[in-house]
Design a protein around this ligand. Structure first.
Ligand code: UVW
Length: 317
């Protein structure tokens, strides 16, 4: 561990977008998504086919979550059994109803990360002090992202298919040159300000392997390099969406540092992260139709001071 460089050293010369949208900005690169880009995104809708990208919460087969988090627990509060009791509430007209509640990590399902969700060196996105997270996110919480919503052109990069596998294995890394090669193979161009949706289908292994999935936990995904970060900055990517728990290789293979891209892309460039998506039906449709661009729409929940929020994004073909 002692040989692992800290993020301050590793990202010393990395580009940032701090200040680019003013000292009070809390949505970062989502600012690239203007009304004109919304109209551009809608122009990709030709069949009207709708794909929802959220994974089921409370899946009987299990909910994949980051180690240390637990899946949401749903509890029935009111159901027909309440009316077996003497003291059951009585409503005029004989009304009965069902109610339930969940206890859930806000980062424990398909989710948007708040831009302030990760940091190093005592500073969050846009230079906000990390002390602003104490007791709730006073800065760069998920709420401003939820207030604005996310609509833009999505491009699916089916990396599992590109590498010729059903599901990508742990620790398998790739970079922006692989994204470009995948796009070329699919016959699509990645344009500036496109929302990137990266399919690995890695979580199929969660459902096949059960608890052993978490042994030596290291998901596959994008690997940090200064060139990759510069490419994301130059391409003005507003949002990175994947079907893994944390959107990038968990431990950087060359340095051993954890979640480097969360910091280089989210904290420094203000790129929104959307994690634990289910991209399977979308990938099938894209392959069937031979087109990989669509209108991507997502509205995380408006939760005051939250570090993230569940979301059910939509790809509209
Ligand atoms: C962490 O940042 C630890 O997790 P995630 O972004 O996957 O919610």
């Amino acid at each position: 561990m002692t040989d692992v460089p800290n993020l301050t050293e590793l990202l010393a010369n990395a580009p940032t977008n701090w200040g680019k949208w003013g000292p009070d900005d809390e949505v970062g690169s989502l600012n690239y998504l203007t009304p004109a880009s919304v109209l551009q995104a809608i122009s990709h809708v030709t069949s009207g086919e709708v794909h929802t990208l959220q994974r089921l919460i409370g899946d009987p087969k299990g909910d994949p979550v980051w180690p240390g988090r637990s899946p949401a627990e749903r509890e029935m509060v009111m159901d027909e059994s309440i009316w077996d009791r003497e003291d059951a509430p009585q409503f005029p007209g004989g009304l009965h109803y069902a109610d339930d509640k969940i206890e859930a990590f806000l980062q424990g399902s398909t989710q948007y990360d708040a831009l302030g969700h990760v940091w190093y060196d005592g500073k969050l996105w846009n230079g906000y002090d990390a002390r602003t997270t104490v007791g709730g996110m006073d800065k760069a919480s998920v709420e401003p992202i939820a207030q604005r919503g996310v609509v833009g052109t999505g491009v699916l990069l089916d990396m599992a298919r590109h590498f010729g596998v059903e599901a990508m294995e742990a620790k398998h890394t790739f970079d922006h040159t692989d994204l470009l090669a995948c796009a070329e193979r699919q016959g699509v161009t990645i344009d500036k300000r496109d929302i990137l949706l990266i399919r690995t289908n890695h979580l199929q292994l969660f459902f096949e392997q059960g608890e052993s999935f978490y042994e030596d936990f290291c998901e596959p995904g994008l690997e940090y390099s200064p060139e990759l970060v510069q490419w994301f900055a130059d391409m003005e990517i507003p949002n990175l969406v994947t079907d893994t728990i944390a959107n990038e290789v968990t431990m950087d293979p060359s340095t051993g540092a954890a979640l480097v891209l969360h910091n280089a892309l989210m904290r420094n460039l203000g790129i929104a992260f959307t994690e634990i998506c289910d991209l399977e039906s979308l990938a099938e449709a894209c392959e069937r139709e031979g087109r990989y661009k669509f209108c991507y729409i997502a509205a995380p929940l408006k939760i005051h001071r939250a570090t993230g929020s569940p979301v059910n994004p939509i790809a509209l073909l």
